[in-house]
Design a protein around this ligand. Structure first.
Ligand SMILES: Cc1ncc(COP(=O)(O)O)c(C=O)c1O
Length: 370
């Protein structure tokens, strides 16, 4: 395997302990040893989302995208209305997923690099009967951070019956997130970003009322993604007793248990502060010293797990960095695809100072005289 420094916005560099956990011998997925590991992972997942006993964690084999299918096929009945706040490629794809399952989607699209104004959200909610609003906490295509807390407040005020769904794929573990306190109903993420595990797990949290919607649903729109099937399995594992619907990804769950343990060890808030500091440092160096412009419009709307930077010739920059042993990503927003690069600074690369990954990336960019 390559020894390049992987600084794309996920998958990210993982710790040695997580790598070791991935390589452990197989266990029976219905045996007591694995049941204990799964139980521990589910309990840690609650802490990661700041979710209490009434919330329901769900860990499934699959990528982050599976969380979209879970939301669209369990919480929405065909014909129901969903308000999507779009801050880029991932918000738009989530909207497409809702439509695939028959939802009627209205989209509020933010100006490129910015957020949808909260006043627009208020107006839309006041004028439509939305079953759900969906917010992408960090749209990884633009590195725009949404103010989820303020949007939740507006929803509770104007349309309290609307379910709040948040795509947290690029935010859990590196941005402030308070599932219970903000009143989120469904939050989804994936294992390969700031949590610091390998790709392959869809990680979700449901509020009590979202669990009610999923369990009371009569016609099922999906088979593997059915929460009616999975919730009892998760509840059984969390009580320490195995149950079967489909085989869980045993080694990945084991690695996730270790990875979340590492996230929680310094304290979640400390870890988030570390991401903010590294991100602020990198963004200020790139803008002030290299004179480059970011895709995210200002500090208030900038994500802390990645930076999207306009450069003249992205393929040239990406391949020059690769020659220095640093792998970064290109742009994916449809309007500016060929105009920018994306640098991920999550997990080990952001938090393990001895690695100096972000310093090395900055030095490599600087040496290019951009
Ligand atoms: C914000 C966001 N949502 C959803 C996804 C989809 O996740 P996955 O690629 O794991 O399916 C990604 C992937 O990068 C993402 O960044």
């Amino acid at each position: 395997m390559s020894s390049n420094i992987l600084l794309i916005p996920g998958p990210i560099v993982i710790s040695e302990n997580v790598q070791a956990a991935l390589g452990t011998p197989s266990l029976s997925h219905t045996g007591p040893e694995f049941a204990a590991i799964f139980c521990s992972t589910l309990q840690k997942t609650r802490k990661l989302f700041k979710a209490g006993e009434t919330a329901q964690p769900v860990l499934l084999a699959g990528s982050g995208t599976l969380g979209w299918d879970v939301a669209a096929s369990n919480l929405i009945i065909p014909g129901e209305r969903v308000l999507v706040l779009s801050t880029g490629y991932f918000s738009d794809s989530f909207a497409e997923c809702f439509q695939t399952y028959g939802a009627k989607v209205d989209k509020l699209t933010a100006p490129l690099g910015g957020q949808v104004p909260v006043s627009d959200v208020r107006e839309a909610l006041a004028n439509g009967h939305y079953k759900m609003i969906s917010i992408t906490h960090v749209d990884t295509s633009t590195a725009v951070l949404n103010d989820v807390r303020s949007i939740c407040r507006v929803v509770k005020e104007v349309s309290p019956e609307t379910l709040i769904t948040v795509d947290c794929v690029c935010s859990v573990g590196c941005e402030k997130l308070e599932f219970d306190a903000w009143g989120i109903d469904y939050a989804l993420t994936a294992s390969q970003k700031a949590i610091g595990c390998a790709p392959g797990l869809s990680i979700s949290m449901l509020s009590e009322r979202a669990v009610g919607v999923a369990l009371n649903r009569e016609a099922q729109s999906s088979f593997f993604a059915s929460l009616k099937r999975w919730i009892p399995i998760m509840q059984s594992y969390e009580k320490g007793s195995a149950a079967y619907f489909a085989t869980p990804a045993v080694q990945l769950i084991n690695a996730l248990d270790v990875a979340i343990g590492e996230v929680l060890k310094p304290g979640l808030d400390a870890r988030i502060a570390k991401h903010r500091d590294i991100s602020n440092w990198f963004k200020s160096k790139v803008t002030e010293e290299l004179g480059l412009k970011l895709v995210s419009a200002n500090e208030r709307v900038s994500a802390h797990g990645l930076t999207a930077i306009y450069v003249k010739n992205p393929p040239e920059v990406i391949s020059a960095l690769k020659k220095s042993g640093i792998v970064i990503a290109g742009g994916i927003h449809k309007d500016i695809k060929g105009e920018y690069i994306r640098v991920g600074h999550m997990g080990e690369s952001a938090c393990n100072d001895s690695l100096q990954h972000i310093q090395k990336c900055y030095d490599a960019l600087k040496s290019l005289n951009l």
